[in-house]
Write a protein that binds this ligand. Structure first.
Ligand code: F6R
Length: 364
């Protein structure tokens, strides 16, 4: 049941800390507190390339994974949504890795790519919530999330659990490729293991986020902006808003604003920014100043340091706990999803069963 919550989505939003914590617990050595993934069915040190694919929210998790794996494990990445990758037929290296991400393990296009990449000689590793699924059976290795059942059609805790696995995989790969020393590994791992308590703090922000939701609920179009590893979180925010509130939202890399979408900005098109002070902040700040100068209403998720610099241009600022930049995309997901939930409540939509959508998309 809903355990006293109004919707499964509300309940599942409150399960972020547990989903992250349990997922990490399963892949952390309890004595050394080091990440301990099962052995990969290939040599990580000589891995030539990784192809990441998924659909919807799981694809945005994969995008975050791309930034991590490129930056820390120095791996060349190809990434695309499964429905495109499936028909692109890109050249594959010998013994590359196909990394698939799916909550259900049944999504038709992701499964289609799995089969094709396997036939093309790639090792298949899947990040799944439902491990006893078709993708689970057909993968060489399953990295399970421990998010528990996700009932609401809009994905919430599965997304942060996916990111937790991908972050752990990045640490594991970087270590095996000799790219991080013990101190760096400790720093990254500790920032991950501290996430459940920071996620709990974020769950205290529902009331503040409701204030921001009131601005969004009155608008027809919303722009979500982010840079670097926060760009996929802007995409996740826009997708979630569209799905459950039926308000049109688009996500842009903040640097792309002046190449087109800035022409949309006026007081009727609010701008939501994902802007921790640790990630390309000065760049994002200047993009937001440009938007503000054109009458845009600026709504931001940042930390205390970022808030100090944004206070003159932003109408609503949600201040999140200070965290290592490595885990910021995981933490910032939570308020962005809460925002979509609060807007849907104001709109009075069917939050758990949005029109036209199914939880598991087993047709193409
Ligand atoms: C978004 C959402 C969908 C799924 C997508 C992939 O809230 O729920 O975009 O993320 O259909 O589903 P899985 O992860 O089951 O492959």
């Amino acid at each position: 049941g809903k355990d006293g919550y109004r919707h499964f989505m509300e309940k599942e939003l409150h399960e972020h800390p547990v989903a992250i914590g349990q997922t990490l617990q399963r892949i952390t050595d309890s004595v050394t507190r080091r990440i301990a993934l099962p052995p990969m069915p290939f040599d990580v040190a000589t891995l030539p390339r990784v192809t990441i694919t998924a659909c919807g929210s799981a694809f945005y998790a994969g995008m975050v994974g791309r930034y991590w794996l490129e930056e820390l494990a120095r791996l060349p990445i190809d990434i695309d949504v499964a429905s495109e990758l499936r028909y692109r037929n890109p050249p594959q290296p010998n013994h590359g890795l196909a990394l698939l991400i799916s909550q259900s393990g049944e999504t038709a296009d992701t499964l289609g790519v799995l089969r094709e990449l396997k036939a093309a000689g790639q090792h298949v590793v899947s990040v799944l919530n439902v491990e006893h699924s078709t993708m689970g059976r057909e993968s060489d290795l399953v990295l399970g999330m421990v998010a528990g059942p996700e009932i609401s059609v809009a994905s919430t805790k599965a997304f942060t659990a996916q990111l937790s696995v991908l972050a752990a995989l990045t640490i594991d790969f970087a270590r095996q490729r000799g790219l991080i020393d013990e101190a760096k590994e400790r720093e990254l791992t500790d920032s991950l293991l501290d996430l459940p308590s920071h996620a709990m703090e974020v769950l205290g922000l529902f009331d503040q986020i409701r204030g921001m939701a009131r601005v969004i609920a009155q608008a027809r179009d919303i722009l979500y902006l982010g840079r670097g590893i926060c760009m996929p979180i802007a995409q996740e925010g826009a997708l979630k808003l569209k799905e459950i509130s039926y308000i049109h939202a688009e996500a842009y890399a903040a640097g792309e604003l002046k190449h087109g979408p800035i022409s949309l900005i006026d007081p009727s098109v609010p701008v939501v920014a994902i802007a921790p002070s640790t990630i390309l902040f000065e760049k994002t700040l200047s993009n937001l100043q440009e938007a503000r100068a054109r009458g845009g209403r600026i709504l931001v998720f940042t930390d205390a340091k970022g808030a100090e610099q944004l206070k003159d241009i932003a109408e609503h600022i949600i201040i999140l706990p200070d965290v290592n930049a490595f885990v910021a995309p995981i933490l910032y997901t939570i308020p962005v999803q809460i925002l979509a939930y609060e807007v849907a409540l104001l709109k009075g939509t069917d939050v758990d069963q949005p029109r036209n959508l199914a939880k598991s998309v087993t047709v193409e």
